[in-house]
Each structure stands twice: as structure tokens, then as C-alpha cells.
Design a binder for this molecule. Sequence first.
Ligand code: UDP
Length: 239
Amino acid sequence: PTSTRRFKRVVVKLSGEALQGSAPHGLDAVTLARIAADLATAADAGHEIAVVVGGGNFFRGIKGADTGIERARADSIGMLATVMNGLALEQAIEGQGRQARCLSAVTMPSICESFSRRAALHHLAKGRVVIAAGGTGNPFFTTDTGAVLRAAELSADAVLKATQVDGVYTADPKRDPTARRYDRLTHDEAIAKNLAVMDTAAFALARENKIPILVFSIAEAGAIDGALSGRARATLVAP
Ligand code: UDP
């Protein structure tokens, strides 16, 4: 695997699911601490890190809409879920002795700072891990799109997409034993082959802005720095 240490500024996309560990929903303290330690290690190695957190461990808009909540309102609940995760992650990172700032796309000044490009760049320059919560701040989007959007506006070198498997496969490796893993792919190939790396809107934005996406597994301790150093297997989607 090629070293991706050259990706100095990165946006790490963590789904809500990644923070719940083996719990049926919500947060798992041990998992949070492990991921926070991992983020701190990557920051110590010299990377500037912004994290975009999902909210699926608490609430997903589409599911809420299925139960009769208007989609836009359900998505507001989903965005609030991402802020809950962001605050928990902020605490966990500070528990590792590294400063962190949760910035929300949905303004709630009594709880955390509002996201702005200027504030995020300021905190990154101070060596803080920035947590961009609230997704894009708009309904009908996902935090995958939020991650690519933040990467574009912060001129990040790559999006690190944490998943349950160690890269992009020809098919779901948990269901299809013949699935093969890609080391490298172009955005065009991923779209043409209909590989479900991220949702289509996120992917289109990444292609448009030529943002590399490194897909890796968050399952093991040290996963984030492992992906950045090339120690861990990952798939690089790049032009
Ligand atoms: N959401 C939204 N706009 C955004 C990002 C997220 O409305 O820009 C809502 C949406 O309802 C989504 C929920 O927040 O289902 C949680 O985000 P996501 O599903 O991306 O979380 P993940 O699957 O990564 O845990």
C-alpha cells in the first residue's frame, strides 16, 4: 500500500454506528476512547484533522419519515443526533489530552460554536481536532456529503471514509465470498461500476472537486493512523 502521509489535512468521516461499538444504539465509552486516541495519534503525526460525524446510532431521517414524521423535520432530528455524537467525541478527544472543538452547522450557541470555514481553519491552525457536526445543516443531505463539502471548503487533501471493511470491494464481502478488494480506483470507475462507497451526491461532489477518498476499516485500534501511514489496508479513490 502506498503511504498517504502526504495527506496533511484530512476530513475523517465517522458514521454514528462507528461510535456505538457493540451497543444496540447510542454511544459506547470504550469505542469512543479508542477512536479518540486514534485521532490524537494521527494529529501527533502531524495531520490536521477535521471529523465529520454521522448520527445513525441515534436517528436517521429516512427511518423517521417511515414512521410518519415529515422528512425535513425528521432530518432535523437526525442533524441533532450528529451534534450529540460530536459533543461526545469532543469530550473523548480532550480526554486524550488533545484539544478539540465541536462546530455545528446548525447554530446552537449555548452548546457549541457554529461551523464556519474561518473558525474551522483557525482551530486547525492551533492544532485542535475540529469536529464538524450537523452535517451540511440542510435536510435531504447526509453526513457523507457533509464530509466532502467540508473537505472542499477547508481545502483538505483527502476524505478518510471509515467503514466496517478494509476498502472498496467488487461486492459486499460480508455477503459474497468471491468479492475482490480494490487497492485503487478512479472516481469515474467507482461511479461507473456503481460501487457503494458513499451516497451519490457525496461522490459526485468529490469527483467534481477531485478530492481523494481513502476507504478504510475503523474496526481495529490505530485504524486512522494505520490508513494514513499505509500500514493498514485501504482503497484509494483518486483521479
Ligand atoms: N442529516 C441531514 N443533513 C445533513 C446530514 C445529516 O439532514 O447534511 C440528517 C439525516 O436525517 C441523516 C441523519 O442526519 O439520516 C444522520 O446522518 P447520517 O445518516 O449521514 O449518519 P451516519 O449514517 O453516518 O451515522
